[in-house]
Write a protein of this length. Structure first.
Length: 260
Protein backbone atom coordinates (compact mmCIF):
# COMPACT_ATOMS: atom_id res chain seq x y z
CA UNK A 1 0.00 0.00 0.00
CA UNK A 2 2.90 2.33 0.70
CA UNK A 3 3.95 1.81 -2.91
CA UNK A 4 0.50 2.85 -4.19
CA UNK A 5 0.42 5.97 -2.00
CA UNK A 6 4.02 6.90 -2.75
CA UNK A 7 3.48 6.43 -6.48
CA UNK A 8 0.34 8.56 -6.50
CA UNK A 9 2.01 11.40 -4.60
CA UNK A 10 5.12 11.23 -6.79
CA UNK A 11 3.15 11.33 -10.06
CA UNK A 12 0.98 14.21 -8.91
CA UNK A 13 4.00 16.12 -7.65
CA UNK A 14 5.83 15.47 -10.91
CA UNK A 15 3.34 17.57 -12.91
CA UNK A 16 3.73 20.91 -11.07
CA UNK A 17 7.49 20.42 -10.93
CA UNK A 18 7.66 19.94 -14.69
CA UNK A 19 5.42 22.95 -15.21
CA UNK A 20 7.74 25.11 -13.13
CA UNK A 21 10.77 23.88 -15.08
CA UNK A 22 9.04 24.59 -18.43
CA UNK A 23 8.00 28.04 -17.29
CA UNK A 24 11.59 28.77 -16.31
CA UNK A 25 12.85 27.80 -19.76
CA UNK A 26 10.25 29.92 -21.53
CA UNK A 27 10.94 32.97 -19.40
CA UNK A 28 14.69 32.66 -20.03
CA UNK A 29 14.07 32.45 -23.78
CA UNK A 30 12.09 35.72 -23.92
CA UNK A 31 13.96 39.04 -23.93
CA UNK A 32 13.75 40.79 -20.61
CA UNK A 33 11.86 44.06 -21.11
CA UNK A 34 12.99 45.38 -17.76
CA UNK A 35 16.64 45.03 -18.81
CA UNK A 36 15.97 46.90 -22.07
CA UNK A 37 14.27 49.68 -20.19
CA UNK A 38 17.23 50.10 -17.86
CA UNK A 39 19.78 50.29 -20.68
CA UNK A 40 17.63 52.94 -22.43
CA UNK A 41 18.08 55.29 -19.45
CA UNK A 42 21.82 55.83 -18.86
CA UNK A 43 21.32 57.87 -15.69
CA UNK A 44 19.24 55.17 -13.98
CA UNK A 45 20.99 53.90 -10.81
CA UNK A 46 22.04 50.25 -10.70
CA UNK A 47 20.77 48.55 -7.52
CA UNK A 48 23.27 46.44 -5.63
CA UNK A 49 22.31 43.11 -4.01
CA UNK A 50 21.87 43.25 -0.26
CA UNK A 51 21.10 40.80 2.50
CA UNK A 52 17.67 42.35 2.77
CA UNK A 53 16.84 41.56 -0.87
CA UNK A 54 17.86 37.94 -0.33
CA UNK A 55 15.55 37.75 2.66
CA UNK A 56 12.75 39.21 0.61
CA UNK A 57 13.29 36.55 -2.06
CA UNK A 58 13.07 33.77 0.51
CA UNK A 59 10.01 35.36 2.04
CA UNK A 60 8.32 35.34 -1.36
CA UNK A 61 8.48 31.53 -1.39
CA UNK A 62 8.03 30.56 2.26
CA UNK A 63 6.61 27.11 1.43
CA UNK A 64 9.36 25.98 -0.95
CA UNK A 65 10.68 22.65 0.27
CA UNK A 66 8.60 22.85 3.45
CA UNK A 67 7.49 19.47 4.75
CA UNK A 68 4.39 18.74 6.82
CA UNK A 69 4.02 16.06 9.46
CA UNK A 70 1.47 14.28 7.29
CA UNK A 71 0.92 13.92 3.55
CA UNK A 72 -2.67 14.69 2.54
CA UNK A 73 -3.50 15.07 6.25
CA UNK A 74 -3.32 11.30 6.73
CA UNK A 75 -0.08 9.62 5.64
CA UNK A 76 2.69 9.87 8.31
CA UNK A 77 5.62 12.05 7.24
CA UNK A 78 7.36 12.40 10.61
CA UNK A 79 10.91 11.76 9.38
CA UNK A 80 10.91 14.32 6.54
CA UNK A 81 13.09 17.41 7.08
CA UNK A 82 12.34 20.66 5.23
CA UNK A 83 14.88 21.87 2.66
CA UNK A 84 17.73 23.83 4.24
CA UNK A 85 16.74 22.99 7.83
CA UNK A 86 19.56 22.55 10.31
CA UNK A 87 18.80 20.01 13.03
CA UNK A 88 20.82 18.57 15.93
CA UNK A 89 21.88 14.91 15.77
CA UNK A 90 19.03 12.45 16.07
CA UNK A 91 18.90 10.88 19.52
CA UNK A 92 18.29 7.19 20.20
CA UNK A 93 14.93 8.09 21.70
CA UNK A 94 13.90 9.96 18.55
CA UNK A 95 14.87 7.01 16.33
CA UNK A 96 12.72 4.55 18.21
CA UNK A 97 9.93 7.10 18.62
CA UNK A 98 9.58 7.73 14.87
CA UNK A 99 9.68 3.98 14.27
CA UNK A 100 6.84 3.51 16.76
CA UNK A 101 4.85 6.37 15.24
CA UNK A 102 5.19 4.91 11.75
CA UNK A 103 4.01 1.53 13.07
CA UNK A 104 1.21 2.45 15.47
CA UNK A 105 -0.18 5.68 14.06
CA UNK A 106 -3.95 5.44 13.45
CA UNK A 107 -3.38 5.62 9.71
CA UNK A 108 -1.11 2.57 9.83
CA UNK A 109 -4.01 0.33 10.88
CA UNK A 110 -6.06 1.64 7.97
CA UNK A 111 -3.32 1.09 5.39
CA UNK A 112 -2.52 -2.37 6.76
CA UNK A 113 -6.20 -3.23 6.39
CA UNK A 114 -6.23 -2.05 2.77
CA UNK A 115 -3.00 -3.85 1.94
CA UNK A 116 -4.29 -7.05 3.59
CA UNK A 117 -7.44 -6.83 1.50
CA UNK A 118 -5.44 -6.42 -1.71
CA UNK A 119 -3.22 -9.38 -0.81
CA UNK A 120 -6.24 -11.55 -0.03
CA UNK A 121 -7.97 -10.48 -3.23
CA UNK A 122 -4.92 -11.52 -5.28
CA UNK A 123 -4.56 -14.73 -3.23
CA UNK A 124 -0.94 -13.84 -2.45
CA UNK A 125 -0.69 -16.55 0.22
CA UNK A 126 -3.13 -19.39 -0.61
CA UNK A 127 -2.45 -21.08 2.73
CA UNK A 128 -4.16 -18.17 4.50
CA UNK A 129 -7.40 -19.05 2.70
CA UNK A 130 -10.35 -16.71 2.14
CA UNK A 131 -13.21 -15.42 4.29
CA UNK A 132 -13.04 -13.41 7.52
CA UNK A 133 -10.56 -15.79 9.13
CA UNK A 134 -8.30 -15.59 6.08
CA UNK A 135 -8.46 -11.78 6.10
CA UNK A 136 -7.43 -11.84 9.76
CA UNK A 137 -4.35 -13.88 8.87
CA UNK A 138 -3.42 -11.48 6.08
CA UNK A 139 -3.95 -8.52 8.40
CA UNK A 140 -1.77 -9.62 11.29
CA UNK A 141 1.02 -10.87 9.03
CA UNK A 142 1.05 -7.53 7.17
CA UNK A 143 1.04 -5.59 10.42
CA UNK A 144 3.86 -7.74 11.82
CA UNK A 145 5.93 -7.20 8.65
CA UNK A 146 5.50 -3.43 8.84
CA UNK A 147 6.25 -3.15 12.56
CA UNK A 148 9.24 -5.49 12.31
CA UNK A 149 10.76 -3.51 9.44
CA UNK A 150 10.23 -0.14 11.13
CA UNK A 151 11.89 -1.43 14.29
CA UNK A 152 15.03 -2.55 12.45
CA UNK A 153 15.27 0.20 9.82
CA UNK A 154 14.40 3.15 12.05
CA UNK A 155 15.47 1.97 15.50
CA UNK A 156 17.90 -0.89 16.06
CA UNK A 157 20.35 -0.68 13.13
CA UNK A 158 20.55 3.17 13.07
CA UNK A 159 21.28 3.16 16.81
CA UNK A 160 24.07 0.57 16.51
CA UNK A 161 25.63 2.20 13.43
CA UNK A 162 24.87 5.79 14.51
CA UNK A 163 22.99 6.69 11.36
CA UNK A 164 20.32 9.35 10.89
CA UNK A 165 16.94 7.94 9.80
CA UNK A 166 15.46 11.28 8.66
CA UNK A 167 14.88 12.25 5.03
CA UNK A 168 16.54 15.59 4.20
CA UNK A 169 14.63 17.28 1.38
CA UNK A 170 16.75 18.64 -1.47
CA UNK A 171 14.01 21.03 -2.62
CA UNK A 172 15.87 22.66 -5.56
CA UNK A 173 17.05 21.75 -9.04
CA UNK A 174 15.31 19.97 -11.89
CA UNK A 175 12.97 17.01 -11.64
CA UNK A 176 15.63 14.51 -12.75
CA UNK A 177 18.19 15.80 -10.26
CA UNK A 178 15.76 15.75 -7.37
CA UNK A 179 14.32 12.39 -8.37
CA UNK A 180 17.78 10.83 -8.54
CA UNK A 181 18.65 12.36 -5.16
CA UNK A 182 15.47 10.98 -3.60
CA UNK A 183 15.86 7.40 -4.74
CA UNK A 184 19.60 7.45 -3.97
CA UNK A 185 18.70 7.92 -0.30
CA UNK A 186 17.84 4.23 -0.30
CA UNK A 187 21.56 3.47 -0.36
CA UNK A 188 22.98 6.77 0.95
CA UNK A 189 22.20 8.33 4.32
CA UNK A 190 23.72 10.63 6.92
CA UNK A 191 25.55 9.59 10.04
CA UNK A 192 24.80 11.21 13.38
CA UNK A 193 27.89 13.37 12.80
CA UNK A 194 26.45 14.70 9.51
CA UNK A 195 28.61 12.80 7.01
CA UNK A 196 27.22 10.75 4.14
CA UNK A 197 27.43 6.98 4.47
CA UNK A 198 26.14 3.75 2.96
CA UNK A 199 22.56 3.31 4.15
CA UNK A 200 23.11 0.07 6.01
CA UNK A 201 20.11 0.87 8.20
CA UNK A 202 17.81 0.52 5.19
CA UNK A 203 19.47 -2.40 3.41
CA UNK A 204 20.51 -4.50 6.41
CA UNK A 205 17.47 -3.52 8.47
CA UNK A 206 15.02 -4.54 5.74
CA UNK A 207 16.94 -7.79 5.28
CA UNK A 208 16.84 -8.58 8.99
CA UNK A 209 13.10 -7.91 9.10
CA UNK A 210 12.50 -10.19 6.10
CA UNK A 211 14.56 -12.94 7.73
CA UNK A 212 12.64 -12.69 11.00
CA UNK A 213 9.34 -12.85 9.11
CA UNK A 214 10.08 -16.46 8.18
CA UNK A 215 9.49 -17.35 11.83
CA UNK A 216 5.76 -16.55 11.64
CA UNK A 217 4.92 -17.42 8.01
CA UNK A 218 3.80 -20.95 7.06
CA UNK A 219 6.58 -23.38 6.18
CA UNK A 220 6.09 -23.14 2.42
CA UNK A 221 6.77 -19.39 2.59
CA UNK A 222 10.07 -19.66 4.46
CA UNK A 223 12.27 -20.33 1.44
CA UNK A 224 15.18 -18.10 0.43
CA UNK A 225 13.15 -16.95 -2.55
CA UNK A 226 10.20 -15.82 -0.43
CA UNK A 227 12.44 -14.13 2.15
CA UNK A 228 14.32 -12.38 -0.65
CA UNK A 229 11.05 -11.20 -2.18
CA UNK A 230 9.92 -9.67 1.11
CA UNK A 231 13.34 -8.04 1.51
CA UNK A 232 13.22 -6.53 -1.98
CA UNK A 233 9.61 -5.42 -1.48
CA UNK A 234 10.51 -3.56 1.73
CA UNK A 235 13.38 -1.73 0.02
CA UNK A 236 11.33 -0.81 -3.06
CA UNK A 237 8.50 0.53 -0.89
CA UNK A 238 10.91 2.85 0.89
CA UNK A 239 12.45 3.71 -2.50
CA UNK A 240 9.06 5.05 -3.63
CA UNK A 241 8.40 6.69 -0.27
CA UNK A 242 11.55 8.82 -0.52
CA UNK A 243 10.50 10.08 -3.96
CA UNK A 244 7.07 10.99 -2.58
CA UNK A 245 8.64 12.89 0.32
CA UNK A 246 10.89 14.91 -1.99
CA UNK A 247 8.09 16.15 -4.24
CA UNK A 248 5.32 16.42 -1.66
CA UNK A 249 6.14 20.10 -0.82
CA UNK A 250 5.72 21.02 -4.51
CA UNK A 251 2.39 19.24 -4.74
CA UNK A 252 1.20 20.70 -1.45
CA UNK A 253 2.19 24.26 -2.44
CA UNK A 254 0.59 23.98 -5.88
CA UNK A 255 -2.67 22.25 -4.96
CA UNK A 256 -3.48 21.50 -1.35
CA UNK A 257 -1.93 24.36 0.68
CA UNK A 258 -1.76 22.10 3.73
CA UNK A 259 -0.06 23.41 6.87
CA UNK A 260 0.76 21.74 10.19
Amino acid sequence: MRLVISGAVFLLAFMPAMAQEKAGLLSSARPQQSEVAVTAIPDAPTPSPTAGSASATNAANPEEGQQTKRILWIVPNFRAVSAGAKLPPQSVKEKFKTGALDSFDYSSFIFVGIQAGISQGSNAYPAFRQGAAGYGRYYWHTFADQTDENLWVEGIVPTVLRQDTRYYTLGHGGVIKRGFYAVSRTVITRTDSGRESFNASEILGAGAAAGISSAYYPTQYRTWTKVGQRWLTNVLLDFGTFAAKEFWPDLNHAIFHQSD
